[in-house]
Write a protein that binds this ligand. Structure first.
Ligand code: NAP
Length: 493
């Protein structure tokens, strides 16, 4: 009877899939189960990457190959939670604790990403019409847990949108709001979002950063795309650019070639407006994207129905050394009217087990992917031995390093975590599981609710492609977990 290393990877986003790939590539005795809360795989690639960026979503072809490897199983509809119990979002979902998972497997890799938001902690943050960009992105991408947002978003009354933050998520949101429905309807954008956006009366999208243009976190490709939209014009104030040009900023540009290029593009956008005023003043059909800098939100203004009506900002100046400049309020304030606000100030991970979660940094504390217990993590910088490392527990992706980086960043990240696991296997720190014993305790057979294996996911996938074809779209996503399970069950009959 064979013995294997049975490894559970919790989360089927890019970091989870890449970790599976490097593990099975390196050791034929490793068998991986990729465990996913939803029936559908790919995490942020399916529910984060914008529907008009299909070329990025093509990475799923690589993930499909990994899922079809005989040493990999996909187990969807299994949720790792702090408690055993029923998840109210789906009558079908299986709930498993981390402790139980660790008993079943040789080791567990936490790769479930970041499913919560950074809060601004300012007045009226809970008012109607204010959403995190993360919720908005999940909604237009058809994530089953964000379908309810359709009831709260009424584009009919929205002329002005404020997006707080100027990272690539903010740019994604601005672009989706700025594009015409014609430009989106053939993508895999979810049907609810498409219907809602058809009613859009949006005229102005204000994307607002708290620091200067040189400190923006969007990348050049994304900004260029935004500046070339058929249905929108980008506007940048030259005064704001001048205000951000401190001595430290000048040094930051000198030091950094990609920065130099993005600053050139920002200046070109700003120049194109002043040199051709009619372009944005006269073209009433176009939406305007106001890319603004040096403004921090201090309060959300609301109307008598507790609905957002504007955002009060404090005007900032920059202080500090090059690459460490901070925004500091000047006391001057300004208000931007807005009936919809998207807060795009960063994602946050959530804990599934507080023993292994740093509540300050909102990550699973780790060294090279090896998880540390929380009490030890506070001294992680000075840690020189392995006493604090939790045996058989690893992490990867945004949960490991925080919410930054593109999909490709997960390749290096997964390689690092994989190297830690393989080294621990080589040093006999990871136990093997007898095949017979595993079959007896297999998660698949002990789950009470339907587990969505790869073959079953393919039924959902095919149904979505078929529905897409009918609507001349790439794919029509199924928006409810229960419906997904019904489709699988119907297919069996
Ligand atoms: P991000 O790049 O970290 O941007 C977050 C933004 O929020 C920054 O502008 C930040 O300003 C601002 N912010 C944070 N706290 C704030 C506060 N209290 N008040 C006002 N502003 C605040 O994060 P992201 O846009 O969520 O993207 C996450 C990662 O996914 C990034 O690495 C991004 O590049 C990647 N991504 C890539 C693509 C793509 O390649 N097309 C698409 C989407 C996402 P400061 O800089 O001043 O902190």
């Amino acid at each position: 009877m064979n013995r294997f290393y049975r490894i559970a990877i919790v989360g089927s986003g890019p970091s989870g899939f890449y970790t599976a790939k490097y593990l099975i590539d390196k050791n034929p005795l490793i068998k991986v189960d990729i465990i996913e809360k939803l029936p559908t795989p790919y995490g942020l690639v399916r529910y984060g990457v914008a529907p008009d960026h299909q070329e990025v979503k093509a990475v799923t072809n690589t993930f499909d190959e990994i899922a079809c490897n005989s040493n990999v199983r996909y187990l969807g509809n299994v949720c790792i939670s702090q408690q055993n119990g029923n998840d109210t979002s789906s009558v079908h979902r299986n709930i498993v604790t981390l402790d139980r998972l660790r008993k079943l497997y040789s080791c567990v890799v936490l790769a479930y990403g970041a499913s919560s938001d950074t809060l601004l902690n300012i007045e009226n943050e809970a008012a109607n019409g204010i959403f995190s960009a993360r919720s908005f992105v999940n909604w237009y991408n058809g994530h089953p847990e964000y379908r309810h947002i359709s009831n709260k978003l009424n584009f009919k009354d929205v002329t002005d949108v404020v997006i707080i933050g100027n990272g690539n998520v903010a740019v994604d949101c601005a672009r989706i709001l700025a594009k015409s429905v014609d430009e989106l309807e053939k993508t895999d954008i979810c049907i609810d979002a498409l219907h809602a956006l058809k009613r859009s009366q949006i005229k102005n999208i204000h994307m607002v950063g708290r620091r200067g243009h040189v400190q923006s976190s969007f990348t050049i490709k994304e900004l260029r795309e935004l500046s070339r939209l058929a249905n929108a014009t980008c506007l940048i104030s030259k005064e704001e650019l001048a205000a951000g040009l401190t001595d430290s900023t000048v040094k930051e540009i000198e030091d950094n070639r990609p920065k130099k290029r993005i600053v050139e593009l920002i200046n070109t956008i700003a120049d194109s407006i002043t040199s051709d005023d009619t372009k944005y003043v006269d073209d009433g059909a176009k939406r305007k994207i106001h890319i603004k800098f040096l403004l921090s939100p201090t309060e959300f203004l609301t109307d008598s129905n507790d609905r957002v009506s504007g955002v009060k900002f404090e005007v900032n100046k920059l202080t500090g050394m090059p690459h460490h400049q901070k925004s500091v309020g000047t006391g001057e304030t300004t208000v931007v009217n807005s009936q919809l606000v998207l807060k795009s100030v960063g994602y946050q991970s959530e804990s599934v087990d507080d023993r292994f979660f740093d509540t300050k940094r909102k990550i699973v504390p780790n060294i090279g992917g090896r998880v540390l217990t929380v009490s030890a993590s506070s001294t992680v910088e000075s840690l020189s031995n392995s006493a604090a490392i939790e045996p058989g527990l690893y992490t990867v992706g945004w949960l490991k390093r925080g919410p930054s980086g593109i999909i490709g960043t997960n390749i290096t990240d997964a390689k690092e975590t994989t190297a830690s696991i393989l080294a621990d296997i080589a040093m006999d720190k990871v136990g093997q599981v007898w095949c017979e014993e595993f079959n007896r305790n297999d998660l698949l057979t002990t789950c009470k609710q339907p587990v969505v294996t790869w073959d079953k996911y393919r039924i959902i996938d095919q149904e979505e492609l078929n529905r897409g074809k009918l609507g001349c779209k790439i794919r029509e996503k199924i928006l409810s977990v229960n419906e997904m399970i019904h489709i699988i069950n119907d297919n069996k009959q």
